[in-house]
Design a protein around this ligand. Structure first.
Ligand SMILES: Cc1cc2nc3c(=O)[nH]c(=O)nc-3n(C[C@H](O)[C@H](O)[C@H](O)COP(=O)(O)OP(=O)(O)OC[C@H]3O[C@@H](n4cnc5c(N)ncnc54)[C@H](O)[C@@H]3O)c2cc1C
Length: 414
């Protein structure tokens, strides 16, 4: 695969862009692979990438029922941060955030990582106490965050109203190296790197069954025929329960739609990401100028991968006191994705009751930020049978009551 560089761009500009290679191949499925990953979202592709890069396993297929990155990876609002409360969470999210810092160079693909800073507003006394506690925990974990006063919030976000009558801004948890990245590019960059290592990314290939032999996984049935494998990774986010059922076990997850919307593009007015969890709303400005806005998940379980009018009203109503300018914004489009929520709002990276079958799910409303760290850890788990980053996130924790409670850090937003 030819490397992307400033020289390549200049060369192609001179020859009418006729020399670009396809970024990834579209091969026919082989009869057998060492490893099959179900789901070509960010987590599935990052797992495949790290299987090859860190463990030398390249006889890998990533099977995708739609198009790569077409699930939540291409639908999220791209917030990246690692200021979680519990130690196992801080470890995997901070690993992930640090991998984002060098991802464009590692993949030779510009993922537009923008460490512009992420702020979580404290708008009640309870939230002040919660975020101060998180800032102390982060200091012990080596994650750089700080609790900042309202005056500093106003300096960083001049358009904010900190004196709201219902929910004044009392401070914020601030992570200066948090930010955003271009979500499609993350999927495309991993896909290109995987394809370059000889892996097969097979789109429009839905897994319809999991095959077993002697109590072990032996392959999958797909819309393009049966395919054999030694190890299977299920990485399908909102469809985890459906695919787990094919493999013969149940998961403690609920699937629910999470929605977002963007405004028309406007002049640059906010260069940090702001989350307001008390009122259920968050906002950032894209490079194109659109205000990217999200809110809470739907209040009922569903598989509805689209937006709805009640969500626009609820989210804009929530934000308008803190951001009065929202009342004058025209909204451009809205959409939804199906997220997989666990009871403790922490992910599952685990072996399963079926030998040779592994699962990576439960990232809920906040898994985009975790893609590189999750791929790193899941690849280690699949290749070696355990990983220090996944030990605490096994399925056993639900049986043993060893929950990793992140409902404050992850319960609402991203
Ligand atoms: C509106 C919205 C906003 C969000 N905002 C943020 C945010 O700001 N920050 C953040 O960190 N996270 C955010 N998230 C969460 C984040 O998007 C997800 O946690 C993350 O993208 C999950 O990635 P994934 O690779 O596990 O899943 P996906 O990207 O959904 O990939 C799973 C893939 O599996 C495929 N699949 C399913 N069933 C099958 C089958 N039977 N056969 C083959 N393929 C199958 C699907 O088609 C899909 O492409 C948001 C999510 C949404 C919906």
């Amino acid at each position: 695969m030819k490397r992307y560089s400033v020289f390549a761009v200049a060369r192609e500009a001179l020859r009418h862009h006729s020399g670009w290679q396809r970024a990834w191949a579209s091969p026919e499925p082989k009869q057998r692979y060492d490893v099959i990953i179900i789901g070509a979202g960010g987590h599935g592709l990052a797992t495949a990438y790290h299987l090859g890069k860190n463990h030398g396993i390249t006889n890998v297929a990533v099977l995708e029922k739609g198009w790569l990155g077409g699930g939540n990876t291409g639908r999220n609002t791209t917030i990246i941060r690692s200021n979680y409360l519990q130690d196992p969470s801080a470890a995997i999210y901070e690993k992930s955030r640090s991998l984002y810092e060098t991802m464009s160079q590692d993949l030779n693909y510009n993922v537009m990582f923008s460490p512009r800073g992420v702020m979580m507003l404290a708008q009640t006394e309870a939230e002040v106490r919660g975020y101060e506690r998180t800032a102390h925990a982060n200091a012990l974990q080596g994650v750089q965050t700080e609790f900042i006063p309202p005056k500093r919030v106003k300096e960083l976000v001049p358009i904010i109203n900190i004196d709201g009558p219902r929910y004044p801004v009392l401070g914020a948890l601030w992570q200066a190296r948090g930010g955003t990245a271009r979500h499609d590019a993350v999927a495309w960059g991993y896909a290109r790197a995987c394809s370059d290592m000889g892996m097969h990314i097979i789109q429009k290939c839905e897994v319809t069954g999991v095959r077993t032999a002697g109590g072990k996984v032996s392959g999958v049935d797909t819309s393009r025929g049966p395919i054999d494998c030694d190890k299977l990774g299920i990485v399908v986010a909102g469809h985890s329960g459906v695919v787990a059922q094919m493999a013969g076990f149940r998961l403690p997850v609920e699937s629910v739609a999470l929605q977002a919307l963007v405004s028309e593009p406007i002049k640059p007015c906010m260069d940090v990401v702001v989350m307001a969890n008390t009122v259920h709303g968050y906002m950032s400005q894209s490079d194109k100028g659109e205000m990217v806005i999200g809110g809470g998940a739907d209040g009922y379980n569903n598989y509805t991968q689209r937006g709805s009018f009640h969500h626009i009203e609820e989210t804009v109503r929530a934000l308008v006191e803190t951001f009065p300018m929202v009342s004058r914004l025209k909204m451009l489009r809205q959409w939804g994705g199906i997220v997989d929520m666990t009871g403790d709002r922490s992910p599952i990276l685990s072996k399963t009751p079926l030998e040779g079958c592994f699962i990576n799910c439960g990232w809920g409303t906040g898994g985009f930020k975790a893609i590189p760290g999750s791929g790193w850890a899941m690849a280690e788990l699949m290749a070696r049978g355990s990983s220090p980053l996944t030990d605490a996130f096994g399925l056993n924790r639900f049986r043993e009551g060893q929950f990793i409670d992140e409902s404050v850090a992850a319960g609402v937003a991203h």
